[in-house]
Structures are given as C-alpha cells and as structure tokens.
Design a protein around this ligand. Structure first.
Ligand SMILES: [Zn+2]
Ligand SMILES: [Zn+2]
Length: 117
C-alpha cells in the first residue's frame, strides 16, 4: 500500500480539480449511493453519500425503494456529481460556516472505462 498520507498542512482553499482519475469505491444500498476514497488534493479519507431522492438531482434517482440501483445507474450517478472534500480535518483557514469539513477541494469523477455502452 502506497497511499499518500493526509496533508494536514494544506490550507483550506476552494479548488475545483475538474475530472480526476482517483480510484473511488462506489457502493449502493436502498439508502443511496456512497462514494469512498481519498481526496485528490489533501489525500484525506473522504466519504460522500448521495441519498436516494436527494433534492435537486433532477430525477436521477429512478430506482425503487426496495432495491439499490444497478451498477450502470450508480456509474451514471457518480459521474454526474460534483464531490467535495469531506476528510473531516480542520484545515487552516476553514470558513466558519462549512457544509463539508475538508480542504475545500471539489472534483468530478471520470467515467469508469470498461463500462462504456
Ligand atoms: Zn481534501
Ligand atoms: Zn484533508
């Protein structure tokens, strides 16, 4: 394992990183889709759950209450989201009001190669 360690020295900064290649694990259940991985900026562990039926998602949650979304649905959802660092660490210069406690990075995930229709 050669995971880079969490860069605690980084100051909070809102940095749009664009689409990244960082490997993230995606899991889904009836509650929503959870994306887990390391922040591409500070390398802190970041977990984002996209709740089923979250407001403002433009009907991207068509799956039924009883069963989790298919892998294709998960993939489509994940690439449509913008992720924010949620490493939970109090990076320097963090604003007082913060929706996501992290380093301020935001990114999108590149579509998984291999699952191209
Ligand atoms: Zn971060
Ligand atoms: Zn961090």
């Amino acid at each position: 394992m050669s995971t880079p360690s969490h860069q605690h020295d980084l100051e909070y900064q809102q940095v749009p990183l664009g689409a990244v290649d960082t490997p993230f694990q995606v899991s889904a259940d009836a509650e929503g889709v959870t994306v887990t991985g390391s922040c591409p900026r500070c390398h802190g562990h970041s977990t984002t759950t996209i709740p089923r039926g979250m407001a403002g998602t433009k009907g991207l949650f068509p799956w039924s209450k009883a069963k989790p979304p298919s892998e294709a649905e998960q993939a489509a959802l994940v690439v449509s989201e913008t992720f924010f660092c949620e490493c939970g660490f109090a990076h320097a210069d963090q604003p007082e009001i913060l929706f996501f406690v992290g380093c301020g990075a935001q990114w999108e995930l590149k579509p998984n190669s291999g699952s191209t229709p």
